[in-house]
Design a protein around this ligand. Structure first.
Ligand SMILES: [Zn+2]
Length: 275
């Protein structure tokens, strides 16, 4: 049983239209085209050599990835560079790559719907609506708990236990109890003002930089950083579900592609580099 690359692309774009992607993004075919034959799909957040090995192991001939392979133009294909080697290895293994990125961020059934569901929160509105979204959604999610509330401690615990974030980082800029919580998988810095504007006192996102965290404090917002990878990984199961009507096997990647060590203690066996 196999389908065409075209059929896979159509199915993804039916749920997450490419028109919803940000203008700087590079969604769609990264390696391959509509004419490729697909018998097994691996859904992953990132494509690296470990994910390619996983694709070969499970017999996948297409990786549907959240993060695109190409953001900057490639002037030459040099297999002695990490990126060049990855592309050469993908082609050698005859594994195609299709990316669905900010268009998956922008739909209700995408990154933030998956994040909310995993955290046991109910989205009532997007943080930033996107015009013409098929489900009238957009980037991020606002979750309403009033008249009830949730503590920062409880939310940090859920991030750790349900998203598997080894060490969530907390910027305690707001109150300890929250009735309105904002979510945004990935990098949430540019949404801080929208979080405050929406009356949310807690923001769960993937990552922030130092000065963004200072800004959050100034705005009176508590931020819980779940880690970029961990905040987005829940969407993989949903993306796999989107592909089920195609009738071919779909595997969700088990490779944790986060580049960071889980915590400083996990590097203790690697030596101190000093005598
Ligand atoms: Zn991301």
């Amino acid at each position: 049983m196999h389908v065409s690359g075209h059929a896979v692309r159509e199915r993804i774009e039916e749920v997450a239209p490419v028109a919803l992607a940000e203008s700087w993004d590079n969604v769609g075919w990264q390696v391959g085209h509509d004419g490729v034959t697909v018998s097994h799909v691996l859904v992953a957040l990132d494509v690296d050599l470990r994910v390619l090995d996983e694709a070969k192991r499970v017999g996948a001939d297409l990786i549907v990835a959240h993060h695109p392979l190409f953001f900057r133009p490639l002037h030459r294909l040099d297999p002695s560079t990490p990126r060049g080697r990855l592309i050469v290895e993908l082609i050698r293994a005859d594994v195609a790559v299709y990316a669905a990125h900010t268009n998956v961020d922008a739909v209700r059934d995408g990154v933030n719907g998956a994040l909310a569901e995993t955290l046991g929160l109910e989205p009532v509105a997007p943080l930033m609506p996107v015009p013409n979204a098929p489900d009238q959604w957009g980037f991020g999610a606002i979750c309403e708990l009033a008249p009830s509330s949730v503590t920062t401690e409880e939310l940090v615990w859920r991030v750790h236990r349900r998203l598997n974030t080894p060490t969530p980082r907390v910027t305690p800029g707001g109150p300890t109890h929250h009735q309105r919580v904002a979510l945004l998988g990935g990098s949430g810095a540019t949404f801080l003002d929208a979080v405050a504007g929406a009356g949310c006192t807690c923001f769960i996102t993937g990552e922030l930089k130092y000065h963004d965290a200072q800004h959050a404090r100034a705005l009176g917002i508590t931020v819980i950083e779940a880690g970029h990878y961990y905040s987005e990984a829940p969407v993989l199961v949903r993306m796999a579900r989107w592909l089920q009507p195609l009738g071919i096997p779909v595997t969700v990647s088990q490779v944790v592609t986060s580049p960071f060590a889980p915590d400083w203690q996990s590097v203790k066996d690697q030596g101190r580099g000093e005598q």
